[in-house]
Each structure stands twice: as structure tokens, then as C-alpha cells.
Design a protein around this ligand. Structure first.
Ligand code: ADP
Ligand code: MG
Length: 350
């Protein structure tokens, strides 16, 4: 979720954009808008020129991801979606799409289809293919929802042969919104390593990935309370790790005074209720991002099983009443605000 997680030493929220005065000579920080959110990059202890060039390279990469993989603005992904809807094969014009399809398919299987980026038509039907969600929108026709659910678009419908991509189901519409930020964060950290930078954080609107340390201390980050204001907990990161949070309070639609989250349950085509935020720590940012969405859909009943299937080791979930569900390994790592300690339920180990 875009502003859940912030980095303590930077302050609660980034403000403004572009380069910030560093708080110490060793900390280089820069921020920019992309993916509809503010991205902040913090780099520790490298010459300013090297840091600035590295950030420029990441901005280029992120712009390319934005252009190629946007769910509704024209680019490679919308071309592919149009071909699928027309029952045609798509000739790969953007090879970077292939590993994304591969990862998405793996996470689709591991999550029993709860993470399902093939349900773009449902996401669009609920009005989420829009930058501005404040505009008025109609509750989708229930028969249209039922029709799309019955058509069961899935990642298994996609076939790749050489440089052709084909879907056996024309109801498939790909939307990578649930793991694009995690995927981008993975690429950014990889790029930093290639450029000789090993101590940094890339924070895409609260979904972040860190590498190394801040000098002799670990990177310390804050996980925001789903009320959008307070910090719920702090966690020190260990080497290369990402922290991804899915939540439902920033991107939602309102119909007749009721809120509908941007995370859709592919089994019934309806926005999920239950958890207001799900935070995952994993080395793999794309996996953590996909899993945070999948566990939101899985709900109280199934999150533990799906987390195990996805190989997740650290999870914290918050329900609508503010109760925190957490696995023991995660509970050992996070520190709650002493004055605002929520009700905490520790699960079986993962
Ligand atoms: P955020 O973008 O706020 O970090 P998520 O990572 O959970 O939150 O991504 C939510 C986005 O994922 C939605 O806006 C939509 O594009 C997409 N999406 C919604 N439901 C699903 C689902 N069940 N499986 C895969 N993608 C989904
Ligand atoms: Mg996600």
C-alpha cells in the first residue's frame, strides 16, 4: 500500500520530489513519482556522483516498466491484452514481459489462484483502471460479475511458444498491479549491485526493498498502521530483504457509502473484506508483493496455508478491528509501539 511503510530515519513521509538535502554526508536520497506513487531511493556511503547516476539508471528502468506493463495505458501489455481479447496470438515485442508472465504464473499456482493477474476485466469492471478513484462510478452489474467469474480467466490459459504468446481463454486480461512494485524493487536492487552499490533502500510508495546496512546498523523501517496515520511496528532488515504491504484503505471505490477494496477475490469477483493490511518480509520482492495480495484474498481461514505454499516466512496481518495476526518468526522481529500495542494473535509457525 502506498504509504504504509516509511523509513524512520528519513522522517515519516517524503515530501516534495527530486533530490533532498541529505541528513548526513553519507546518506544520499532522491525521490520521484512513478507507478502513481512516490518512489524514494536512499543510498549509504558512496560518492554523490555514483549515487546520482545509479538513481538515474533506476528511473529509466522504472519508466520502462511503467510503459511496458501498465494495465490500461497503451503499451506492450495492453497490446497483448487486445490480442487475447480478439483471440489472436501476440508476437513478443517486449521480451521483458516473458519473465513477468513466468513469475506471475508461478505465484498464481502457489497461491491456489488467489493471486490471479488474469482477472484484469474484473478489476476494470470495479472501476480500478483509473488514476483518480474519486470520480463517480456505478456498482458493476451483478450478471456481468457472474459472467466473468464463470469464464474463469487464469494464468494457465496463457501459452508461450517461441516469440508468440497466446491465450486459450479470451476473458483473460492481464493486470500486474499486485506485484509490479515488488518486481520493480527487485530489479532496482539488482541494478544497484551491478553498479557497485550494496547499501541502499528502494521504497516504492511503502513497498520497499533494502540491501546491506546503514553503516554499522541495520536499515530500520516503520510499518504503518492501516489507519494511515500511526506507525504500527518497526522492523530491522537483514541484508537483502523486501517488505511489501497490501492494504485496502487508499485504493477503494465507494458505492452507497460502502467501501470496496481494489483487491478482488477471483472466486466470486467481489472486492475482499477482512484484512485491512497484510505485510510480508521476503528476500524476493515480487513474491512478497504477490503474496501480500494473495493472503489478503485468503482471509483469516486460509492465510496460513497459502503463506506456507508460497514459501513465506514472515507475515503480519491486521483485520478490520485492528487485531494483529502474526507468525512467531515475524513476532520476534517486529517491535510494536509500546503505548499503542494492538491485540496480537500469534499463529502456528510457518
Ligand atoms: P498496492 O498496489 O496498494 O500495494 P496490491 O499489491 O495488493 O496493493 O495490489 C493491488 C492491485 O492488484 C489492484 O489494484 C489490482 O490491479 C490487482 N489485483 C486485484 N485483485 C487481484 C488478485 N486477486 N490477483 C492479482 N491481482 C489483483
Ligand atoms: Mg501485492
Amino acid at each position: 500500500m502506498r504509504t504504509y511503510i516509511t523509513i524512520f530515519f528519513i522522517g515519516l513521509l517524503f515530501t516534495g520530489c527530486s533530490k533532498q538535502p541529505a541528513q548526513s554526508d553519507q546518506l544520499y536520497q532522491q525521490q520521484f513519482y512513478i507507478f502513481g506513487t512516490l518512489v524514494g531511493i536512499s543510498i549509504w556511503d558512496v560518492p554523490e556522483k555514483q549515487a546520482s547516476e545509479a538513481v538515474d539508471a533506476i528511473i529509466n528502468d522504472f519508466q520502462a516498466i511503467h510503459n511496458h506493463f501498465h494495465a490500461w495505458k497503451p503499451g506492450a501489455l495492453t497490446d497483448l491484452n487486445q490480442a487475447i481479447a480478439a483471440g489472436q496470438a501476440w508476437t513478443v515485442t517486449e521480451p521483458s514481459l516473458l519473465p513477468v508472465l513466468e513469475q506471475a504464473t508461478l505465484f498464481f499456482h502457489q497461491s491456489n489462484g488467489l493471486f490471479n493477474p488474469a482477472v484484469g476485466q474484473l478489476i476494470q469492471l470495479w472501476g480500478f483502471h483509473n488514476d483518480d478513484l474519486s470520480s463517480t462510478y456505478q456498482y458493476p452489474p451483478p450478471d456481468k460479475i457472474a459472467e466473468l467469474v464463470a469464464l474463469a480467466p487464469s494464468m494457465d490459459d496463457i501459452k508461450i511458444q517461441g516469440n508468440l504468446v497466446f491465450s486459450s481463454n479470451r476473458a483473460v486480461q492481464l493486470d500486474f498491479g499486485a506485484f509490479a512494485k515488488g518486481y520493480a524493487a527487485d530489479l532496482a536492487i539488482k541494478k544497484l549491485h551491478q553498479l557497485g552499490i550494496h547499501n541502499a533502500i528502494v521504497n516504492a510508495g511503502g513497498n520497499l526493498k533494502a540491501t546491506g546496512q546503514k553503516g554499522d546498523k541495520p536499515w530500520l523501517i516503520g510499518i504503518r498502521h492501516p489507519n494511515g496515520e500511526d506507525i504500527l511496528a518497526a522492523v530491522a532488515l537483514r541484508g537483502e530483504e523486501s517488505v511489501m504491504t497490501s492494504g485496502n484503505y487508499e485504493r477503494f471505490r465507494e458505492y452507497k457509502g460502502k467501501r470496496y477494496s481494489h483487491i478482488i477475490d477471483p472466486r466470486n469477483g467481489i472486492p475482499v473484506k477482512g484484512f485491512t493490511s497484510v505485510t510480508i518480509i521476503s528476500q524476493n520482492g515480487a513474491l512478497a508483493d504477490a503474496a501480500s495480495t494473495a493472503l489478503t484474498v485468503a482471509g483469516l481461514q486460509d492465510w496460513h496455508k497459502i503463506a506456507q505454499q508460497m514459501g513465506i516466512k514472515y507475515v503480519m496481518l491486521v483485520d478490520e478491528a485492528g487485531t494483529v495476526y502474526i507468525n512467531p518468526a515475524m513476532a520476534e522481529r517486529v517491535q510494536f509501539q509500546p503505548k499503542k500495542k494492538p491485540k496480537i494473535i500469534i499463529s502456528e509457525p510457518l
